[in-house]
Design a protein around this ligand. Structure first.
Ligand code: COA
Length: 419
């Protein structure tokens, strides 16, 4: 048995944010029915195509374990089928541009009328307010949510991060909202509306930077490298390079091979508790007691000197040797792993964090499996559906169409089937 077995999800999502959410629901056992425009489908099917004619990795990696129905939701018969789907489903998830669902004739009020028990979950770029009508993609959310202004180096421009905190991050937030609403429905018997704005999701993940914004009022942020370097703060949280958000001085340092390998680096943190061990490892035992080095506040204006010395040591080891030496001493370090190294790590396949998925058009590809492991609800990653692969199955098994009625729906042109 799976945790969400018996829950039917009408998946009106596209691109990345919404599909991330519904993929997790599918992995937890929900029956996720992805509604796609006939002949077109989710735009990502044909974005960043690496194998002509096959669904892209962008699509396949975000739509595992779902079923696909091709349905024109603007056509009258299509609207009738959609109404039936809303009647049957427990959850509707969408991330259309603001107003798109209303324009189709399916406002929240109308959806509640059709099924008062339904949970309707939406992702938009912004919450209610001056930007509520904007279309938003990942990097816009990173910029508007405070991430870009606080990422990068002090002397460089704002930076976006490769982690898709706007899209996938908000999808995860929405997913939590949906399962919480399902839990509440057990007691209330009612559905409800769940909304997650991408700006809010990013800001939630940048919480520590808003903490620092307020701390600035009490004086400079002493744990930022900038402080030790004597560079004054202005009135907004600065970009902090690779400083750690928790206040423990940390840097990314070169390791053996950095001249030719872009990822021959390690993250190195000098927590107060392990300072003495760090001094021993790098060959500076007298720093343990030397004035100006012995306590964390004294070290703040010498971080450049200290990390340069540590780097002289890390450059004599490869990033894995640094880990092998430091880990037993509880000195926190992290090798900078390339995606190539991650994709080749068999340990990640053993835990299901990475999976190899067979696909009829693509052959086998690698994907990230479910990152959340439930001991009593095992996840088996199944390939993403082809466009309209389950149209007939959904019309018959879920909606109960048969005989002439089924023929009429198919003949109406409101639905499509896999070619
Ligand atoms: N049948 C008929 N029409 C359909 C359909 C179907 N099955 N599925 C979608 N459509 C229509 C929509 O009704 C809409 O039509 P309308 O504009 O005439 O009302 C149209 O297709 C396109 O929808 P839209 O959401 O505007 O797509 P877009 O490609 O222009 O914009 C986003 C994409 C992501 C920018 C936008 O959807 C958005 O801002 N979403 C919310 C934030 C978000 O999730 N962003 C991140 C995505 S990873």
């Amino acid at each position: 048995m799976k945790a969400l077995e018996g829950i039917k999800v009408l998946d009106f999502t596209h691109v990345q944010s919404g599909p991330t959410c519904t993929q997790i629901l599918a992995w937890f056992g929900a029956d996720v029915i992805k509604v796609e425009r006939p002949g077109v489908g989710d735009a990502t099917r044909k974005q960043l195509v690496d194998k002509p004619g096959a669904d892209s990795l962008y699509f396949t990696m975000l739509n595992h374990n779902k079923r696909s129905i091709e349905l024109d939701s603007k056509n009258e018969t299509g609207k009738r089928v959609l109404t039936r789907l809303i009647e049957e489903c427990d959850v509707l998830v969408e991330n259309f541009a603001p107003g798109a669902l209303d324009r189709m004739g399916f406002s929240w009020e109308r959806i509640q009328e059709i099924n008062p028990g339904i949970i309707m979950a939406s992702i938009k770029g912004f919450g209610p307010g001056k930007y509520q009508d904007c279309k938003v993609y990942e990097n816009v959310a990173q910029c508007a949510g405070g991430s870009a202004s606080t990422t990068g180096f002090l002397d460089g421009p704002p930076l976006v991060t490769g982690a898709q905190i706007g899209d996938s991050g908000t999808g995860l937030h929405l997913c939590l909202g949906i399962v919480t609403a399902l839990f509440q429905r057990e007691k209330s018997g009612r559905g409800q509306r769940v909304s997650a704005a991408m700006q809010d999701g990013v800001l939630n993940l940048c919480r520590v930077k808003l903490r620092d914004q307020q701390r600035l009022e009490a004086g400079p942020l002493r744990e930022y490298s900038q402080f030790g370097e004597g560079i004054p703060f202005d009135d907004a949280v600065p970009r902090a390079g690779n400083d750690s958000g928790g206040g423990q001085p940390g840097r990314i340092l070169k390791c053996k091979g950095w001249e030719t390998d872009n990822n021959a680096y390690t993250y190195f943190i000098i927590q107060a508790a392990v300072w003495e061990k760090v001094c021993d490892v790098i060959g500076e035992p007298d720093w343990k007691t030397r004035e100006g080095f012995a306590t964390p506040p004294e070290r703040l204006d010498k971080l450049n000197q200290i990390f340069e010395r540590i780097e002289q040591w890390t450059m004599t080891k490869d990033k894995f040797e640094v880990m092998d030496i430091c880990n037993p001493l509880n000195i926190p370090v992290g090798p900078i792993l390339s995606m190539k190294e991650i994709a080749e790590d068999e340990g990640l396949y053993a835990t299901g964090t990475l999976v190899r998925v067979p696909h009829p058009e693509r052959g086998e590809y690698i994907s990230v499996g479910c990152p959340i492991k439930l001991s009593d609800s095992e996840v088996k990653v199944e390939r993403s559906p082809l466009l309209g692969e389950h149209t007939r199955q959904i019309l018959t098994d879920v909606l109960g169409f048969s005989g002439g009625e089924l023929d009429d729906v198919i003949a109406s042109g409101a639905v499509g089937e896999v070619k």
